[in-house]
Design a protein around this ligand. Structure first.
Ligand SMILES: [Mg+2]
Length: 124
């Protein structure tokens, strides 16, 4: 019997998401709407929907994990942000692993361990 394993973060490469989103968009003929500006604005809209779920609430992690509906709603909005982000990555033909690696190296220098080793946290 040949069973496909359940997708999870340990067995799913980024290329899977890029391909899946690209096919979804192409099959609907939505590429004409996927300009850089539209995709950045869509990311912001979805991030706003995520933010709205927590607006004027002081949920702790345990509150969210204990509320199945809230956790589902938050998960859905995280997925929406991710999907539009993948669309932007596809449009600009970026390699997420490479840009992640480069930016993490920049962040290591910007927030160097000598200066940020005692719990200090501020935007530079
Ligand atoms: Mg949404």
């Amino acid at each position: 019997m040949n069973q496909t394993p359940e997708l999870n973060d340990l067995n799913t490469p980024i290329s899977f998401f890029k391909d899946k989103v690209k096919r979804f968009v192409n099959k609907r003929n939505w590429t004409k709407y996927h300009t850089p500006k539209n995709l950045v604005q869509a990311i912001n809209c979805e991030a706003g929907e995520l933010s709205q779920l927590l607006l004027f609430k002081d949920y702790k992690k345990e509150d969210i994990l204990g509320d199945k509906i809230l956790l589902t709603n938050i998960s859905d909005e995280i997925a929406d942000v991710f999907i539009y982000l993948i669309s932007l990555i596809n449009l600009l033909d970026l390699d997420l692993s490479q840009i992640f690696k480069k930016k993490m190296e920049k962040n290591k220098k910007k927030y160097n361990i000598t200066e940020f080793n005692n719990g200090m946290y501020y935007k530079k």
